[in-house]
Design a protein around this ligand. Structure first.
Ligand code: PGA
Length: 304
């Protein structure tokens, strides 16, 4: 038979599907662009229908392309597990671990990964940091091995393991009139101008839920993309916000006021999550066990 698809072609296609670009796929795989184009043409000939279409400057997958991308991920997942199980026979912890975490996890995940990488030098870890909505989209598409977020999703059936406490506090500038007051009622907080995280943020969702449950509405002054932007806006006197204490670990004490408000801290947990029914690779299992053994001092809900 003249036409057949090779493992290499599937690898190239998977990279194109993931990165949305022939050029970036070529870069990632250290191939030239003509090689990538030629291999993709052969693959499309084999399948018999187009796999990608050009929309302006962007590449989009056709329905057939999307199905093939999923098949590639399945095949590579099986091959990864095979490689890991072969390595394990030789007593080695070896393989790849792809993590996707919500943005607030960026303050502690790299430190955890650093130690993990020292313990298991044969495991290659990648970490993508984005907001909750994007993490859930990756989970739905099965793009990573484990997902770290502040609350397990309702929409997707998952196994969720809590590994660390995540207190959310009300943050204000140190000279804010409410700083130093005790037991501030939620209704009083609701009158302040609020700085909210971008839609899709898990932190924002938790704050909105607390106020809604108490029949209160927030007065949003501004929405900002990310914890650092929120902190800067607070210091600029634009309003108050809610933030995870983990996002404050690098700030000197006294730089902000943590308000003593009713209903706070919101005691959330950090969860490592994976789709229900999925058999974890031994590398994922190793990382999950490592997370669950974390220093218990990290898991108290004490607020600084
Ligand atoms: P966020 O998520 O970074 O999207 O706000 C944090 C969380 O889910 O607790």
């Amino acid at each position: 038979m003249r036409h057949h698809s090779t493992f290499r072609q599937l690898e190239i296609f998977e990279a194109i599907a993931r990165l949305g670009s022939f050029t970036r796929a070529a870069e990632e795989l250290y191939l030239t662009q003509p090689t990538v184009s030629m291999q993709m043409k052969k693959l499309a000939d084999y399948v018999g229908v187009p796999l990608v279409e050009q929309v302006g400057k962007k590449i989009q997958l056709t329905d057939a392309g999307r199905e093939l991308a999923q098949a590639c991920r399945d095949v590579f997942g099986i091959m990864d597990r095979f490689t890991m199980s072969m390595a394990e026979r030789q007593g080695l912890k070896k393989g790849r671990l792809a993590l996707v975490a919500v943005s607030t996890a960026a303050y502690f995940a790299p430190r955890l990964l650093g130690e993990f990488a020292r313990l298991y030098p044969g495991i290659e870890v990648s970490l993508k940091v984005t907001n909750r909505e994007q993490v859930l989209a990756s989970l739905a598409d099965n793009l990573a091995d484990l997902y770290i977020l502040g609350q397990p999703p309702d929409e997707i059936e998952v196994v969720a393991e809590a590994f660390m406490c995540n207190p959310l506090v009300v943050l204000a500038a140190p000279d804010h009139p409410l700083a130093g007051q005790k037991d501030i009622p939620l209704a009083r907080l609701a009158q302040e101008p609020w700085l909210l995280r971008e839609p899709g943020s898990g932190t924002r969702m938790a704050v909105e839920r607390l106020f809604a449950e108490n029949g209160l509405e927030l007065r949003p002054r501004m929405a900002l993309g990310g914890n650092e932007a929120i902190k800067q806006a607070i210091l600029a006197g634009l309003g108050i916000s809610v933030i995870s204490t983990q996002a404050l670990v690098l700030n000197p004490p006294g730089q902000f006021a943590i308000l003593d408000a009713q209903g706070f801290p919101i005691c959330r947990q950090w969860y490592a999550v994976y789709p229900a029914g999925r058999q974890l690779s031994s590398v994922s299992r190793t990382f999950l066990d490592y997370l669950l053994q974390q220093d218990r001092s990290l898991s108290t809900c004490a607020v600084p």
